[in-house]
Design a protein around this ligand. Structure first.
Ligand SMILES: [Fe+2]
Length: 291
């Protein structure tokens, strides 16, 4: 069956059929998926029974894996359930048991329920993320995506002009503070030092502009904090109106790939007493967004 792409939403997101993500892709398949990513920003591949190694191999068709010496999470290497190259987005500890509600790792994960773009708190933010559903809970746990190109397009001309050259500061400290989790170690505070990102990004292939927002953004360079926080909140509210949002209801072995440069996403609530095993591979961005 040839590869085909079918829209799932009026402005973005599509389902790809006719590709087996467990097997090496040929050049035409890679090119077709890249064209699909440029157009739809979120691609859904159903029924992909990937091993971790296969997920990593599939991801590497599209670039280099993101890798950092400093963690974007607080799980120590010896406490990790999965091997290198794949990030654990489950609610399971290293022995496969459901994490305690008081576990700091769980507090960190709760912050992923705020709208964000992966690794916007890093100097070179992520290009694509790929999330594979291995075990899903019986209720809730959707992932919502918002199209930041459509959100940008819908701004009034005055706001577009005002934000054109604005620079924001992003840090995990800001997004965790937003849910009341401020109990960070000095090492974490040092590792989460804010980085600068433009508020408006231009896609390198399509030339479309998009809002680069995230709950990690906590300051605008040259603005007071209250003014910046209020404006960022207004922009996020605008950008996550229902018309710009695709909600993905997971089935086991769904693989969803999204472009962090042009979308935000958030996890939705589920029963924390049920296992949710999600595994993410992340493609590195090509360069810092600011000289
Ligand atoms: Fe995320």
């Amino acid at each position: 069956m040839p590869l085909s792409i079918r829209p799932l939403h009026p402005v973005f997101a599509a389902e790809v059929t006719g590709v087996d993500c467990t097997r090496p892709l040929d050049r035409e398949q890679v090119a077709a998926i890249e064209v699909g990513m440029d157009e739809y920003a979120v691609l859904v591949f159903r029924g992909q029974r990937l091993t971790d190694a296969e997920q990593i191999a599939f991801t590497r068709h599209f670039g280099e894996l993101e890798s950092y010496g400093t963690p974007g999470h607080i799980r120590r290497r010896e406490d990790q359930r999965l091997g290198p190259g794949i990030a654990d987005f489950s609610n399971l500890d290293k022995d496969g048991r459901i994490m305690s509600a008081e576990d700091r790792v769980w507090f960190f994960k709760l912050g992923d329920r705020l709208w964000h773009s992966d690794s916007s708190f890093r100097p070179i933010p992520a290009k694509y993320s790929l999330l594979s559903a291995r075990v899903i809970p019986s209720w809730g746990a959707d992932t919502e995506f918002a199209d930041m190109r459509a959100a940008y397009d819908a701004l009034d001309p005055r706001t577009k002009a005002e934000i054109e050259d604005l620079v924001c500061e992003h840090s995990l400290i800001y997004s965790r503070e937003a849910i009341g989790f401020t109990d960070l170690t000095p090492e974490e505070v040092a590792a989460f030092e804010p980085v600068r990102q433009p508020l408006v990004r231009t896609h390198p292939v399509t030339g479309r502009k998009s809002l680069f927002l995230a709950s990690h953004a906590g300051a605008i360079v040259g603005w007071t904090i209250p003014e910046a926080r209020m404006f960022l909140r207004d922009l996020s509210e605008h950008a996550t109106q229902r018309e710009f949002v695709y909600s993905h209801s997971w089935r086991p072995y769904d693989l969803v790939m999204w472009d962090n440069r042009t979308t935000m996403h958030r996890a939705r609530r589920f029963d924390r007493n049920e296992a949710r095993d999600m595994r993410r591979t992340t493609l590195a961005g090509e360069a810092a967004t600011i000289a």
